[in-house]
Design a protein around this ligand. Structure first.
Ligand SMILES: [Zn+2]
Length: 432
């Protein structure tokens, strides 16, 4: 009898350990997505996918960097003076650094402090703690937001240096993005190679020969699909789609979608399959990188197209978690790094955007070709998601209900993302 009790307790102990063993963090960033970017996509779809997906945490987030002279978000300035939002906004490098390290840095810097020192990111910490890590995007993999998952540099424009650091020095297990040397923005093969987005010719040839730190290179749409379907086995994957700057956005005006590249949803499923093999769990960043580029170009149609690609990826990731993991072991965060384009209902006005019905571009106008200090939406679900509510630092009582949609007017700072991710990925370590 005593032996049975001991056996029972031992089994309980083993299952208890197994249940705690895995922790995953998935951070999804729609680059340049403000509230009205999301509102426009919702009007186009005639539904809010985030509501359908039942995210329990729906907050707002301030995004300023160390380059902002005035610092914190100010609702009264925001809603009385359009110039306030347009002045000294963060760039993607400083915003990604704030979210991944918890430290505000100057614009242009990637994991590099105002005291001129490299800063450890959540991806560095996660690797040290035994988790698999990855960063995937619809723009070049060495562009600011994915770059900050692997590189530490003073200048985001040092793309060759960034590519080398991501591939050879960082512990990233999955890297995906555009930047293929042999394809143009329309997905057509080109005669003269352009290596600027993959480091250089030497690095590309190492990738091709599988001599780049163990990475297996995939390029074709079919390979990305095979990876998403679980048919390609590899511990480390680098996926460079067969286009130059972006998967879709930079293609010629009027051209139908590039047919030779995967969607962000397919890329995400492939990345999750690779990372999920780690027994400790993983930390993955998934970026809709070209939403920002469409907003910079004040291109409403392409912005909606890119945001819909991002929202489909959110749905795919949500299903992946439910089918392959659980909300007890996975934290999913969906947000933006900053607003871009200052999208409102009409020019020189803070009016709300208006629906023109489903599948139609809403009535809206851009008020900038750059980033703004507007709040951005943040959604969270799963392990430790409720932690975000403890970090609210202010409330915007001035913006309209239509603008905030299903999100709370309460806002957090973007550095809180690091705090919650770091806590989530340390807890498992502590329990071992
Ligand atoms: Zn950005």
């Amino acid at each position: 009898m005593k032996n049975i009790r001991i056996l029972w307790l031992t089994l309980l102990f083993i299952f208890g350990c197994l249940a705690e063993a895995k922790q995953n963090v998935i951070l999804m960033i729609s680059d340049g997505q403000g509230f009205n970017t999301l509102n426009a996509a919702n009007m186009y779809l005639r539904c809010n996918p985030m509501e359908k997906l039942d995210f329990p945490i729906r907050l707002s987030m301030q995004t300023h960097s160390a380059s902002a002279a005035f610092g914190f978000y100010n609702p009264s300035e925001m809603w009385k003076n359009m110039e306030w939002a347009r002045t000294n906004a963060t760039d993607s490098a400083a915003a990604a650094t704030a979210m991944y390290t918890g430290v505000k840095v100057s614009n242009g810097n990637i994991n590099w402090s105002t005291n001129n020192q490299p800063i450890t990111s959540i991806f560095d910490l996660a690797s040290e703690r035994g988790y698999a890590t990855g960063a995937i995007t619809t723009v070049q993999f060495c562009h600011a937001t994915p770059a900050a998952a692997g590189a530490h540099v003073t200048n985001r424009a040092s793309m060759a240096e960034i590519a080398y650091e991501m591939i050879f020095k960082s512990e990233l297990d999955v890297i995906m993005g555009a930047g293929n040397p042999f394809y143009d923005d329309n997905g057509n093969a080109k005669n003269k190679a352009d290596y600027q987005y993959v480091g250089n010719k030497e690095l590309w040839e190492k990738l091709k020969k599988r001599k780049a730190n163990g990475f297996k290179l995939i390029e074709t749409k079919d390979d990305f699909q095979q990876l998403a379907d679980g048919n390609i086995k590899a511990d480390k994957i680098i996926g460079i789609v067969q286009t130059s700057n972006t998967t879709q956005l930079a293609r010629a005006a009027g051209k139908e979608l590039n047919s030779n590249v995967p969607s962000l949803a397919t890329m995400a499923k492939g990345a999750l399959n690779v990372l999920n093999k780690d027994k400790d769990g993983f930390c993955l960043m998934i970026e809709g990188g070209a939403v920002d580029w469409a907003n910079h170009g004040n291109n409403k149609e392409r912005m909606i197209e890119e945001e819909l690609d991002f929202l489909s990826a959110v749905e795919a990731v949500n299903s992946w978690v439910e089918n392959n993991s659980s909300w007890d072991e996975t934290l999913l965060i969906v947000t933006a790094d900053h607003e871009c384009g200052f999208l409102t209902g009409e020019e020189n006005s803070l009016a709300d955007i208006q629906s023109n019905g489903p599948n139609s571009i809403p009535k809206m106008a851009y008020n900038s070709q750059g980033h703004t200090n507007s709040l951005v939406p943040i959604f969270a679900k799963g392990k430790n998601a409720e932690m975000f509510t403890h970090y609210v630092i202010g409330c915007d009582n001035i913006g309209s209900d239509a603008y905030f949609g299903i999100n709370s007017r309460n806002y957090i700072d973007n550095t809180t993302i690091f705090t919650v991710m770091n806590y989530t990925l340390s807890e498992a370590v502590r329990k071992k």
